[in-house]
Design a protein around this ligand. Structure first.
Ligand code: IVH
Length: 665
């Protein structure tokens, strides 16, 4: 047994090192593939030997599926914020105040001000024990489970010269690249977009499901240590120590002595920050010596030993020429401002996002208005205000359109939603083309074509719905303008090949509103053929894990439309897969039909995820929290005391893994 523990420890240590090389140093020494192989090896060992479970094991980074609402935790030291300054005069004033207050030599540490969500991490004996958000500064949310998934945050420190107990504070950030692809995904699903990486990051950190957090690839920068016995009296020197322990400390951190050096730093980063992978909104200046910090002390709200200098959001004033409306694949109508072209941070801005009707009304926008355009933390510039003094008497108020700009159908809006839709799903050109484009994508039917292909084929009158694709032949296609024979053949070949795309991807490809990839998989497992799905009632649909009322209603609406049913029949006649593959179906049973089962603790014979799929495969429902509707709790080792208490008080029977596996025999 001892050698197993050694093997586990060695793997954990090795994986921690690779995580550090990859996420902190950005210098990996092994391939992702090798890393995943080792991680899997460790995960397998941990599943087989649950007595060696450790919440700080690198395997826990992928997020456990324990659901919980956040516990409120009191901060040991309140989480203060900084006084903001906006001008160089204010920076000079700060410097002179410090000089006068100390009457001695001093150094100023210049840092970037990261624009994310602040977090306070506690380490005891080198292990991460707690991660708490700022909250109201006095108490915050315990988001430890989520923070454990962030790869640049060490779960166990390197070296040995760290204090037995200390806190380190910093910022959790969503990198621009992750933010952009997340928003792209949300746009495809026609979900509300995040306005900036800060909102997206803090929204992610507050997710109940650490798996989602793990998938969003958050990053971190740490900038403030607190504790009784920190290694040195210098803030900068302590940060450099923290870097050795494995924390991500910004390379931009710099010690300065004079005001000139400070201004040079500010000027440099005011432009250079545009090349950083994460959002920053200013510079933070801190007195380096901790003794001097204590001497300067605090005002009622802020430290006297530090200030923030905020960068100016780049702004411009221009004229709103018109508003146009774009219709998306699912009929969502998005308003866009057309502006008189204006230069803003190096690019010419002609358009700005207006989001929805409420946003337009809040701005009280009129055509010809002089509007303020800003490119702050957002990628798409936005209108932040209107100079109403410049408004002419006859300038018309912007009224959100009532009918679809593409097909003239009156628009509709669901209760409580901000977005208008064109309901003419089967007759509105951008919706038809958008649905076909979605059908072609790699994660859907993987057909060799994009928006241009669809545009050509649609304009030639060859396709009006996704089923028409299967009636195309390469001779017709190659006769179209600019189509080489080879690409026409490629297209037709890939269309033919798509008949073997499995049912769950076909479900995704149909483009039913709110049915993304994951939902499609869940639906395919719960309803192994399209006929079963089509006949499912609202009650049956919401029984499925993660399918709520909104998705269920959208599915019912989709199958209520005879044009969609026609298309499905045609697709069926071309041989498209509308049933779950035999091998998956063969394993399905109804042994757990109607049973709601909560999984808790750690297991020996299978992983939690495996038990979860077994429940679903056998017709049961895996639910995250215990309620009066729970039929069983499948309990492994270390079931939480609160869950045990709740199960007892509700009289829910608890079964162990052997008992559960017997139910399936
Ligand atoms: S020091 C008592 N350093 O900005 C000093 N804060 O208004 C505590 N922030 O709450 C903060 N980058 O969320 C510090 N390099 C940095 C920072 C930073 C971003 C955030 C932090 C803080 C707020 C201050």
């Amino acid at each position: 047994m001892n050698h197993i523990k050694q093997q586990i420890d060695a793997l954990r240590e090795e994986l921690n090192k690779h995580n550090y090389d990859y996420y902190v140093l950005s210098a990996p020494t092994i391939s992702d593939f090798e890393f995943d192989k080792k991680l899997k090896e460790l995960a397998d060992l941990e599943t087989r030997y649950p007595e060696f479970f450790d919440p700080n094991s690198p395997t826990q980074r992928v997020g456990s599926d324990i659901n919980k609402s956040f516990r409120q935790v009191q901060h040991k030291y309140p989480m203060l914020s900084l006084a903001n300054t906006y001008t160089e005069e204010e920076v000079t004033d700060f410097y002179n105040r410090v000089k006068k207050g100390l009457n001695d030599d001093f150094e100023i540490v210049c840092e970037l001000k990261y624009d994310g969500t602040s977090i306070s991490l506690t380490y005891v004996n080198g292990e991460l024990t707690q991660a708490v958000t700022r909250g109201d500064g006095v108490q915050g949310d315990d988001v430890t489970a989520n923070v454990r998934t962030i790869r640049s945050i060490p779960l166990r420190l390197r070296g040995s010269d760290y204090p037995a107990e200390f806190e380190i504070r910093g910022e959790i950030l969503m990198p621009w690249s992750v933010f952009e692809s997340l928003n792209k995904e949300r746009e495809e699903q026609e979900e509300m977009l995040f306005a900036n990486p800060r909102n997206a990051g803090s929204g992610t950190l507050k997710q109940q499901d650490p798996k989602i957090v793990a998938s969003r690839k958050l990053d971190s920068y740490l900038y403030y240590l607190l504790g009784e016995d920190l290694p040195t009296d210098g803030h900068y020197e302590n940060l450099m120590k923290a870097k050795e322990w494995g924390f991500k400390i910004s390379d931009a951190t710099k010690k300065c002595k004079t005001l000139d050096e400070i201004f040079a730093y500010i000027h440099y980063w005011d432009t250079e920050r545009k090349n950083l992978p994460v959002a920053t909104d200013g510079i933070v200046l801190k007195v380096n010596s901790l003794t001097q910090q204590r001497n300067l002390g605090y005002t009622s709200k802020f430290p006297r030993w530090a200030i923030a200098f905020k960068f100016q959001a780049e702004k411009a004033v221009t004229t709103l020429e018109s508003v146009s409306y774009q219709v998306g694949r699912t009929g969502a109508v998005t308003p866009v401002a057309n502006l008189k072209p204006v230069k803003l941070s190096g690019t010419t801005v002609k358009r700005a996002s207006l989001y929805n009707e409420d946003y337009i009304n809040q701005l009280d926008l009129h055509i010809n208005d002089q509007v303020y355009v800003e490119k702050g933390g957002e990628i798409i510039p936005k209108i932040t205000g209107v100079d109403t003094t410049k408004r002419g008497m006859f300038d018309a108020k912007v009224d959100f359109i009532k009918t679809c700009p593409e097909c003239g159908t009156p628009l509709v809006k669901d209760d409580g939603e901000a977005i208008y839709y064109c309901p003419n799903e089967t007759g509105c050109p951008p919706q038809i083309k958008g649905r076909i484009e979605h059908f072609l994508t790699r994660k859907a039917m993987n057909i060799a074509g994009g928006s241009e292909t669809v545009e050509h084929l649609y304009n030639a009158g060859y396709i009006r719905n996704i089923a028409d694709l299967y009636t195309l032949n390469w001779q017709d296609v190659s006769r179209l303008e600019r189509w080489a024979e080879k690409s026409a053949k490629n297209l037709i070949d890939s269309i033919h090949a798509s008949v073997s795309v499995p049912y769950e991807r076909v479900l995704f490809a149909l483009g039913i509103r709110y049915v993304g990839e994951t939902v499609a998989k869940k639906l395919a497992l719960a309803f192994p053929s399209i006929d079963l799905l089509q006949n499912a009632s609202l009650e049956e649909l919401v029984q499925v894990d993660e399918i709520g009322d909104r998705i269920a209603r959208s599915i019912i609406k989709y199958f209520g439309n005879t044009a969609n049913l026609d298309v499905i029949e045609k697709l069926r006649s071309f041989g498209i897969q509308f049933e779950l593959s035999e091998s998956i179906v063969a394993q399905r049973t109804e042994k757990l039909k109607g049973l709601s089962i909560v999984i808790s603790g750690t297991f020996e014979r299978h992983s939690r995820d495996e038990y979860k799929s077994m429940i679903e495969q056998n017709g049961g429902k895996n639910s995250g929290s215990i309620s009066s509707k729970t039929n069983y709790i499948l309990a492994g080792d270390n079931m939480g005391p609160a869950k045990l208490e709740k199960a007892k008080s509700l009289g829910v029977p608890i079964i162990d893994e052997d008992g559960f596996l017997k139910m399936l025999e």
